[in-house]
Design a protein around this ligand. Structure first.
Ligand SMILES: Cc1cc2nc3c(=O)[nH]c(=O)nc-3n(C[C@H](O)[C@H](O)[C@H](O)COP(=O)(O)OP(=O)(O)OC[C@H]3O[C@@H](n4cnc5c(N)ncnc54)[C@H](O)[C@@H]3O)c2cc1C
Length: 520
């Protein structure tokens, strides 16, 4: 049996951060395990190729159970199965979230995880093209850029938003999140920067105290006396063996894998585990609960009046957040200008170059679903039920988001590009027809979270120290600990969570809280 101080399970967004930060401490030995291989597919580096990676060898290829409120459809949920995890598949938008998103976490018992607590870690993580702003950093590993040659349709759509009364903003990660602006992207010299590129470049990977093992599927966590986690049991090269962790095991498998590893290890809802003949070590009924995700829609699609040139970036250069409140609340809805046609399986596919899309979605869905394992077999996919659109609030906000998309899409600023609306189409106007359309057009924004929720109550799976309740030496640090989804895409938040968690694990005092809105 091999032994390390820390064993990190999953080399995705969070796992790469933790491997890099923990191995900065030369006296610690760190082992990073991933079920996937090295990121060798050349499409990973090409920002425009990201949609083609879904369903490929590096995608776990999950799908939801049929969704009652989306016409009984099963939704594909891609997840990266490769070093770099879902940052190899993602759309590269870097959006931190609204300050209120994180302050709500504190109100829910997550002390130390508010906006001001995370801000120094957002700054620490990034190498921004806006370093003179107090909101940004210039020496972190994550390279951030803003498109300098945006697509002409993106420009027209942003002007259309402004024309509809949405005041533009300079960027999503500055003083104001709402309004038309360009996305901040994790692209360097025209190539995607994955989490592994950022945090595990050659000098880090070659540290003598860091071991990275790919092709290593973690089945379960193994315990010693006193409920102390002491190892992981893995399947590697066709055999089973254990890898020992002296200080602790850190689960970074993501929101869809970390709870399954917990359940296979006997940490979950006792009655569910008993039904699968898994001995319960700690009855944690919150494991797998609270599953939620952002929905987008594919989409409000327009036939173009002329050929649509390709994007120089990743097709989707601008998210537009819409704050329908007093101006300081977290935005309720989002639009995304995508310069290719985006539709679901319910509609005819359209040729690239002939049409463009205004996707739209709900930023703070209230529907909550669950994840359940169906067997102790680590190869068996879990049942994933996000319970999309179950809550009336989500359906009403989704309807309003469609109205916003159409208002922007039909604006005079887009006249040069617009031939006609194809989807939903001019005949779809009344509430019932719009709801029918939304059920068929609903599309994941790829942000499932919440299945090992952090908090201080009995349903929380981890506390604010990210240690799993009821046992010792076991942590979950990834998208699954997010208690409620932030306004925007979540990768930046997962990075900041892992950055701050690294300091906690190393026994360092967290960086002093900082809120650029108040602090000098
Ligand atoms: C298509 C797509 C588009 C997206 N677009 C954006 C975007 O534009 N902006 C944004 O902010 N977010 C986006 N996201 C979401 C974002 O990338 C993820 O939320 C984030 O990467 C999650 O990080 P994580 O560390 O929780 O998990 P992941 O990055 O998914 O990492 C989990 C890792 O664990 C490994 N693993 C899982 N199970 C095991 C096991 N049993 N044994 C060993 N290893 C295991 C996996 O192989 C994987 O490498 C997108 C995601 C997808 C899929």
């Amino acid at each position: 049996m091999t032994a390390f101080d820390y064993v990190i399970v999953g080399g995705g967004t969070a796992g790469c951060v933790l491997a890099a930060r923990l191995s900065e401490e030369a006296s610690l030995s760190v082992c990073l395990l991933d079920a996937g291989g090295e990121a060798e597919d050349p499409r990973i580096a090409d920002p425009a190729a990201w949609p083609t990676l879904q369903g490929s060898q590096i995608d776990w290829g999950y799908e939801t159970v049929p969704q009652t409120h989306t016409a009984g459809r099963r939704h594909p949920w891609p997840r990266g199965r490769v070093l770099g995890g879902s940052t190899t598949l993602n759309a590269m938008a870097h959006v931190r979230g609204h300050p209120n998103d994180f302050d709500a976490w504190v109100a829910d018992g997550c002390l130390g995880w508010g906006y001001a607590d995370l801000m120094p870690y957002f700054i620490k993580s990034e190498f921004s093209d806006r370093p003179t702003s107090p909101y940004h950093g210039d020496s972190g590993p994550v390279a951030l850029m803003t498109p300098d040659r945006p697509h002409p349709i993106t420009r027209a759509y942003m002007a259309a938003g402004e024309g509809r009364g949405l005041a533009p903003t300079d960027e999503h990660n500055g003083p104001r999140m709402a309004g038309p602006t360009l996305n901040t992207l994790t692209i360097v010299d025209g190539q995607r920067q994955t989490g592994a590129d950022a945090y595990l470049p050659a000098p880090v990977r070659h540290r003598p105290n860091l071991t990275v093992r790919t092709g290593c599927l973690v089945d379960r966590v193994v315990f010693a006396e006193g409920d102390r986690c002491r190892a992981v049991e893995v399947i590697e090269n066709g055999g089973r063996h254990t890898i020992e962790a002296v200080h602790g095991v850190i689960l970074c498998g993501g929101a869809l894998a970390s709870p399954t590893i917990l359940c296979r290890s006997g940490l979950g809802a006792a009655e569910q585990l008993e039904a699968l003949d898994i001995a319960t070590r700690a009855d944690l009924p919150g494991v797998g609960q609270n599953l939620h995700d952002h929905l987008l829609s594919g989409g409000n699609v327009y036939l173009a009046a002329k050929n649509v040139p390709p994007s120089r970036y990743q097709h989707s250069e601008s998210l537009m957040y819409i704050d329908e409140g007093a101006g300081d609340s977290a935005p309720e809805a989002v639009l995304a200008c995508v310069v290719v046609p985006v539709t679901t399986e319910c509609f005819d596919a359209l040729d690239i170059g002939t049409a463009y899309t205004i996707m739209f979605g709900v930023t703070h869905p209230r529907s909550r679903g669950s994840l359940r394992i169906t067997s102790a077999d680590p190869m068996a996919a879990p049942l994933l039920d996000p319970n999309y659109l179950a809550e009336a609030y989500d359906r009403e906000t989704y309807l309003r988001a469609l109205e916003w998309a159409r208002a922007v899409g039909h604006a005079p600023e887009l006249e040069e590009w617009r031939a006609e609306e194809l989807l939903p189409g001019p005949e779809v106007q009344n509430r019932s027809d719009c709801l029918d359309f939304l059920a068929k057009a609903a599309f994941t924004h790829h942000h499932p979270v919440g299945t090992c929720r952090m908090g201080g109550d009995d349903m929380a799976v981890v506390g604010p120290d990210l240690a799993v309740r009821g046992v010792h030496g076991l942590y979950v640090i990834d998208a699954s600990v997010i208690p409620s989804i932030p306004t925007g895409p979540i990768n930046a938040a997962v990075i900041a969570i892992a950055e701050r968690a690294s300091d906690l694990l190393l026994g360092k005092a967290p960086l002093p809280p900082f809120d650029p809105r108040r602090d000098p």
